[in-house]
Design a protein around this ligand. Structure first.
Ligand SMILES: [Zn+2]
Length: 222
């Protein structure tokens, strides 16, 4: 196998990236009901497209590893995801929360991928698919923008925040319960027994069950 062929195979999933725009309507639909300005919605869409691309890049390293070594390395996937997620997040917010979050997210995704594929590798697996990249992108772009809005509100001296849930029947029961609640900006919300400074905040113990695909947002008040 020549180097050129390897390179092509390594970048094979990247050819999908030129079709990224195809997923734009999916993100526009997903974020359409989020109770933020149109400008904020657009930021979520843009971040989601970048995260999707970063996730696909990571998955391509797994395919490459498997083609070469007939095994996959969670470590190289973790490194690739960490580096690329960090690059996206840093354009929006650069704080300890985000540093920790991208590190943990890259590790979780890498370990889940490894656990599901180590004895059962398939290139067509969900674990390497665009569907998974889109799911990751929906959640991670929300984390990035929820955190960005929180950091900006702090900087601008806002004193209160309100939890806003999209009440369309698809919301989590625990997020429906906290809808409309107003607390001091430095106090956490109590959401289903977890403490969260803002939607998609996993820094105080909230797990994926309170974060994944969450379309809640915060409104900051003087
Ligand atoms: Zn929610």
């Amino acid at each position: 196998m020549t180097y050129t062929q390897n390179r092509e195979q390594r970048t094979m999933p990247l050819s999908k990236l030129s079709f990224d725009e195809l997923n734009r309507p999916e993100y526009e639909e997903y974020f359409s009901k989020v109770r933020v300005s149109d400008e904020e919605k657009q930021k979520r869409v843009e971040a989601a497209l970048q995260i999707e691309e970063a996730a696909l890049l990571g998955f391509s390293t797994v395919q490459y590893d498997y083609q070469i070594n007939k095994m996959i390395s969670w470590l190289s996937l973790q490194k690739a995801l960490h580096e690329s997620f960090r690059k996206v997040a840093k354009q929006y917010v650069d704080d300890d929360f985000m540093e920790n979050h991208v590190r943990n997210t890259a590790l979780n995704i890498a370990l889940t991928t490894y656990q599901n594929l180590q004895n059962n590798y398939s290139e067509d697996s969900y674990w390497l698919s665009d569907d998974r990249a889109v799911n990751i992108a929906k959640t991670e772009s929300s984390v990035i923008l929820d955190r960005t809005e929180y950091a900006e509100a702090k900087r601008k001296g806002y004193r209160y925040k309100r939890w806003d849930t999209v009440m369309d029947g698809k919301e989590r029961e625990t997020h429906g319960e906290v809808n409309g609640q107003i607390v001091l900006i430095d106090e956490p919300f109590e959401v289903g027994g977890c403490l969260m400074m803002h939607p998609c905040d996993d820094s105080m113990g909230a797990g994926a069950d309170e974060v994944a695909n969450c379309r809640c947002s915060s409104t900051y008040l003087k």
